[in-house]
Structures are given as structure tokens and as C-alpha cells.
Ligand binder design. Structure first.
Ligand SMILES: NC(=O)c1ccc[n+]([C@@H]2O[C@H](COP(=O)([O-])OP(=O)(O)OC[C@H]3O[C@@H](n4cnc5c(N)ncnc54)[C@H](O)[C@@H]3O)[C@@H](O)[C@H]2O)c1
Ligand SMILES: CC(C)=CCC/C(C)=C/C=C/C(C)=C/C=C/C(C)=C/C=C/C=C(C)/C=C/C=C(C)/C=C/C=C(\C)CCC=C(C)C
Length: 607
């Protein structure tokens, strides 16, 4: 990713010299428990938000200076006594401030719960964070934002922000993605559905009927989704209520829940190249082909881009997490940065607290992990005690590869006029779609928001799938050389395919590998998220938020419905609803709860 060590000059992260808040405050020694009042809420100015990178001999001082300018580490209030447990009890602790964690935390805070978010890094957002270098402001991960419109029920990012009184200005993207595919196939996914469908039909006129039927089914699923009030599918009062209010829509969703997009496409479409195009449509959001992409997820993305459209937040994707974090503290809850959770405390079989690497402990009625399930049930909890449900998950889902990410600043004139913001490039052979380095993703957010780069420049975020195994065990020098070489090859391919002169127009470059993702996003193997081991039964096997451990919940992309910012936002909404019911902030019926949870567990065994 991009919180990277550059191959050009020596840089170091503040992670390499962490100075825990407790050690800076002498009163906070000896593993005492802290209550934190508005601790580390973000500054309203984003000017100082760099990824704590420093140079030269004043390295440590400069890191800390930047950290202070990034976060307000002002007020630390210590509780009395040595245990402090009762005087400092939270309703929920959320480990991690990815969008999944932040949405869960803010939704709970809005319902009246007192929440503490523990974030290992110095800013919120995880994969949806950002970093600044030399006047460029880079999105760490994807810049394609679904669910960020003013319409319908599926604009979950807009709704999550509104819940804490925040609203971001957005820039509509006229083209979700421009596909550059084998045999010269070029397709622009226009914001207007009819324009996109006409373009696709013009490339495959003999498949007009099949195209209309396949995308028609996607709309049927999307419209059903969009008609529901989205809350926890693990909460029976809500779920049965929705079935009662919207029976046709709920049955439509139940019907498509165990199905995959590739199978539905094959019902209507025969042309292998068009089917490969649909594979590419699926791959860019799920890292697997259509046959392994749940129909509900495929429908969500291929329709939302036309219904609400893709909208980019002014100032970059990082603004979303910043606003949610700020909203959280405004609602009386807290977020603590540089708080590296090392284990979840279990007492009498119940999750009751969290240990941090600096010795601090925090307790709460419920614990929500926004770390991946591999991290939650392999690091935060002992691997040996893996509950059977998690064992089943790890058999059904494997870690998707990570990415090699290249962030560059270029001279603006290298881009032809009217260049689209997002591109997907698969040069010669459809067979390369799912292999490491086989395809290239490209985002140029400055096409939409010029403020992200110095005048006369653009940002290119170039990324391609890559596995951590490919980068492990190398001496530092070889690792740096390999980064330069592999990034150089990708840039050459891009120069050849899209932008002649690209290499010589570069004014800034940083390369991140799967190891970078692993280190800075705390994601096992730097994984992009879970990926089905075999052909899945749609979303049927994907776990929701409750876990086998009492009081412990998961949120984020290793929960239903999976990868994607809007997907993890939904996971956050679902999680908050289920936790709120269990904490007594929402209605609950224990008998129905037990029955539904058992039923859902049984459904998962069918997947
Ligand atoms: N484009 C990309 O390269 C890329 C890469 C990975 C994920 N993604 C996307 O990002 C989203 C994932 O969102 P998410 O909410 O599930 O999670 P996330 O990975 O974005 O955020 C998790 C957060 O938890 C923190 N964390 C993890 N372990 C911790 C610990 N032990 N102690 C304290 N903090 C800890 C991390 O620092 C991070 O901020 C998905 O949309 C996924 O598709 C994108
Ligand atoms: C409970 C049971 C058994 C039955 C009940 C039936 C019922 C009522 C079911 C209801 C189901 C619901 C409500 C499902 C909701 C599903 C949702 C909201 C799914 C959302 C999915 C969103 C996804 C998958 C979004 C993915 C987006 C991604 C990954 C975007 C990233 C993009 C990139 C990384 C690529 C960038 C591209 C380029 C080219 C640069």
C-alpha cells in the first residue's frame, strides 16, 4: 500500500519508535486503566496529516512533531484505583478504526452507547485512510466510492456520516471505470445506465437480449436491497418485520443469496468474451471471477454506480474516516490512536476487555473486532482455541492476495484530455485475469479533485494483485531493488498501453508491497479480504457479526457481505444493531434470537 518506505530516500515510520501516550504522562504508568476524554480526536486541519514519516538525524523529534500535528493527544483522564474497571466501563470497545469499525462505533454511539475505539495507527480509516507527501494527498486504498449518494437506502456512507451530523461535499464521477481488455475491447462504464448498456450492446450486438436480461436481474436484486431498511440480519424482530413488510423483496434476496453472478450470466449469455467481460466486472470488486462472486454483491456494485453513482469526497477518501472519528467523539465516545491491541481478555468464556502492547488494559461489556478474522482468531485470541465456526470459515474462505501499490505524482500533461478517473487494464490474455500482476488497476483521483496534487500535477494510484510470499525473506537491499524493478515493469506496461511518456513525467513515486499492507493495516498477509476457497454458495457461507465467544463480535470485510467500503459500512450497521440489542439499547427477544442464530448457523453449514 502506500504508507511506504520509499526506494528513493531513507524514510522511517513512527511505528518504529512508538511512544505510548502512557509513557509520556508519568501518571499513567504501571498498567493502570485509563478513561480518555476526547483523546486523540482529529484536528480539523488536515495539513499536518502525514504518515509520520521523518528524514535525517532529527528523525524522532520530527516524527513526534508530525504526530502532534495530526492528532490532538491532549486530554488524558486517569481513573482512580488500580482496577478502575467499574468506574471506566464502556459499553463497547472496537478494535480498529477501518470504515467497518467506525460505522459500528458511531452507530452505537448514536444509540446512546459509550464506545472506545482502539486504533493501532495514528489516523483513522485503515484501508480507507490517506497520507500526504510533497504536496500530494494519496488515498491508501480504493478511490471508487459506492453508497455515497443522496438517494435510496443503500447510500450507507452518506447515512453513516449523517448519523453523526456530518456531510461531505462530493464530486460525481461520470465514468465508474474504463476497461481496457484483450483483443482491443474497450468499455467505459458510464454513470448513465442506458449509455453504458448501449455501449456494451454496440460491442456485442448479437448478445443484446442476454445483456439486457443479465443486467435486468441485477436490477431486480438491487431494487429489492434498496427497498429494505438495512439492519442486522441476525436480529429476528427486524428480519421478520422486513419479511412482513416487503415479502416479495425479501424472498427475492433469499432466492439470490446462495447464487453467484457467473452462473446467472451463463443463463442468458453465451459469448465467451462477454462472459469474460462479466468476470472482469466481478474481479475488480471481489478479486475473483463471476462464478465465485455472490450475485447480491455483483448486483450491488453494477447497479449502485448507475443509481446513486460513484461520488468522490472532496479532499480525498480519508475525509470519510476523519469525519466519522470526529462525529464519534462529538457523540461522547472516544478514539485512541497508537493503541495496538495484542489480545482480547476472556473471563468465564466471555470477552470482557483488551490488552494493549504497552501494557494498558481496557474493559467493556462487549468487544468488537475490526481486525480480519485471521487476526482476530489467530493473534488477538489464541489459534489453538479456534471455535468450530471459525474453523469452518477458514476452510471455506482463504485470504485473498494483497496488492503491490504504486503511488506516483506526474506532470499533468502526460494525461490525454478527458482521461477517466478509474481504469482496469488486462492487456493480452483473459487467462491472466486472476494471476498475480496479471492486470493493472489505476485510479487518478485528481481527475475529479485537483486539490489533491500541486498545480500542474496528477496523482496516479497504480495497483496490481500480489502475494506476501513473493516479498518475504529478502534482505533489505534485495527487497528495495525488487520493489523498484517490479514497479518499473508495471509502469512500463501502463506507458505502453495508455500513457506514452509516463515514466519521464514522474515527479514522485512510492511503492508499497503486501508487507507494507500487513505492517500498516495490521491485516494478516496484507490480505485484501476473504476469498472463497472453492465455488461458494453465494453469500450463504459468510458469517455475520456474532461469534462463538460470548460478548465478542466481528465487523469489517471478513463478515457478511465481504470486501468493499460500502460492504464494510453495512457490516458496521448490522454489527451495531446486534450489539445494541444485546446491550439493551434496542428491542430484543432472547427466544427468537437463539432460534434465529441457530437457523443461520445451520444455513452456513449448507454453503
Ligand atoms: N484497495 C486496497 O488496497 C485495499 C486493501 C485492503 C482492504 N481494502 C478495503 O478496505 C476495507 C476494509 O475495511 P475494514 O473496516 O474491514 O478494515 P480496515 O482493514 O480498513 O481497517 C482495520 C483497522 O483496524 C486497525 N487494527 C487492526 N488490528 C488492530 C489491532 N490489533 N489493534 C488496533 N488496531 C488494529 C488497523 O490499523 C486498521 O485501521 C474493505 O473495503 C476492503 O475492500 C482495500
Ligand atoms: C438472512 C437470510 C438467510 C435470508 C434473508 C434474506 C434477506 C432479507 C437478505 C438480505 C440481504 C442483504 C440486506 C444483503 C445486503 C448486501 C449488501 C449491502 C452488499 C454490498 C456489497 C458491496 C460490495 C461487494 C462492494 C464492493 C466494492 C468494492 C470492493 C470496491 C472496490 C473497488 C476497487 C478496489 C477497484 C477499483 C477499481 C479500479 C478499476 C481502479
Amino acid at each position: 500500500m502506500s504508507i511506504l518506505s520509499s526506494g528513493v530516500s531513507f524514510r522511517r515510520s513512527i511505528f518504529s519508535k512508538p511512544e505510548p501516550v502512557s509513557s509520556r504522562n508519568p501518571r499513567n504508568q504501571n498498567r493502570r486503566i485509563l478513561c480518555l476524554n476526547h483523546l486523540n480526536s482529529l484536528n480539523s486541519s488536515s495539513d499536518g496529516l502525514e504518515f509520520g514519516v521523518s528524514r535525517g538525524k532529527d528523525e524522532k523529534r520530527s516524527s513526534l512533531f508530525r504526530l502532534k500535528s495530526a492528532v490532538d493527544v491532549g486530554e488524558v483522564v486517569e481513573t482512580s484505583g488500580t482496577s478502575g474497571r467499574d468506574s471506566c466501563s464502556y459499553d463497547a470497545i472496537v478494535i480498529g478504526s477501518g470504515i467497518g469499525g467506525l460505522v459500528a462505533a458511531t452507530q452505537l454511539a448514536v444509540k446512546g452507547a459509550k464506545v472506545l475505539v482502539l486504533e493501532k495507527y495514528v489516523i483513522p480509516g485503515g484501508s480507507s485512510g490517506f497520507y500526504e507527501r510533497d504536496g500530494f494527498k494519496f488515498d491508501v486504498g480504493s478511490s471508487v466510492m459506492f453508497g455515497f449518494s443522496d438517494k435510496g437506502n443503500l447510500n450507507l456512507i452518506t447515512q453513516a456520516l449523517a448519523a453523526v451530523g456530518a456531510r461531505l461535499e462530493v464530486i460525481p464521477d461520470p465514468t465508474t471505470v474504463h476497461f481496457h481488455l484483450p483483443n482491443g475491447l474497450s468499455v467505459q462504464v458510464h454513470r448513465e445506465y442506458n449509455k453504458f448498456i448501449s455501449e456494451l450492446i454496440s460491442k456485442f450486438p448479437h448478445e443484446k437480449e442476454g445483456i439486457l436480461k443479465f443486467y435486468g436481474v441485477c436490477w431486480q436484486v438491487y431494487n429489492a436491497l434498496n427497498s429494505l431498511e438495512l439492519k442486522s440480519l441476525e436480529e429476528p424482530i427486524y428480519l421478520f418485520g422486513q419479511f412482513f413488510k416487503k415479502p416479495v423483496e425479501c424472498l427475492t434476496l433469499a432466492y439470490y443469496l446462495p447464487q453467484n453472478a457467473g452462473d446467472i450470466a451463463r443463463k442468458y449469455i453465451k459469448d465467451p468474451e462477454l462472459l469474460s467481460f462479466i468476470d472482469a466486472e466481478c474481479f475488480i470488486v471481489s478479486t475473483v471471477n463471476g462464478k465465485r462472486t455472490p450475485m447480491i454483491n455483483a448486483s450491488m456494485v453494477v447497479c449502485d454506480r448507475h443509481f446513486g453513482g460513484i461520488n468522490y469526497p472532496v479532499g480525498g477518501v480519508g475525509e470519510i474516516a476523519k469525519s466519522l472519528a470526529k462525529g464519534l467523539t462529538k457523540k461522547g465516545s472516544e478514539i485512541l490512536y497508537r493503541a495496538n491491541a495484542t489480545s482480547i481478555i476472556i473471563e468465564d468464556g466471555k470477552a470482557v476487555g483488551v490488552n494493549l502492547s504497552d501494557g494498558r488494559q481496557f474493559y467493556a461489556k462487549t468487544i468488537i473486532s475490526n481486525a480480519t478474522r485471521w487476526d482476530t482468531f489467530g493473534k488477538l485470541l489464541k489459534k489453538e482455541n479456534l471455535p468450530k465456526e471459525e474453523k469452518k470459515f477458514q476452510e471455506a474462505y482463504v485470504k485473498a492476495p494483497s496488492f503491490l501499490s504504486i503511488h506516483v505524482g506526474v506532470k499533468a500533461d502526460v494525461l490525454p484530455p478527458d482521461t477517466d478517473c478509474h481504469h482496469f487494464i488486462l492487456e493480452d490474455d483473459w487467462k491472466n485475469l486472476e494471476i498475480p500482476y496479471g492486470s493493472i488497476f489505476l485510479s487518478i483521483p485528481t481527475v475529479l479533485d485537483k486539490s489533491l496534487a500541486p498545480e500542474g500535477n496528477h496523482i496516479l494510484h497504480i495497483f496490481t494483485t500480489s502475494s506476501v510470499e513473493d516479498w518475504e525473506g529478502l534482505p533489505r537491499k534485495d527487497y528495495e531493488e525488487k520493489k523498484e524493478r517490479v514497479a518499473g515493469e508495471i509502469i512500463n506496461r501502463l506507458e505502453k498501453k495508455l500513457f506514452p511518456g509516463l515514466k519521464s513525467s514522474i515527479v514522485f513515486k512510492e511503492v508499497g508491497t503486501p508487507k507494507t499492507h500487513r505492517r500498516y493495516l495490521a491485516r494478516d498477509s496484507g490480505t485484501y479480504g476473504p476469498m472463497p476457497q472453492n465455488v461458494p454458495k453465494g453469500l450463504l457461507g459468510m458469517p455475520f457479526n456474532t461469534t462463538a465467544i460470548d460478548g465478542l463480535y466481528c465487523v469489517g470485510d471478513s463478515c457478511f457481505p465481504g470486501q468493499g467500503v460500502i460492504a464494510v459500512a453495512f457490516s458496521g450497521v448490522m454489527c451495531a444493531h446486534r450489539v445494541a440489542a444485546d446491550l439493551g439499547f434496542e428491542k430484543k427477544n432472547p427466544v427468537l434470537d437463539a432460534a434465529l442464530l441457530q437457523l443461520l448457523g445451520w444455513f452456513r453449514t449448507l454453503a
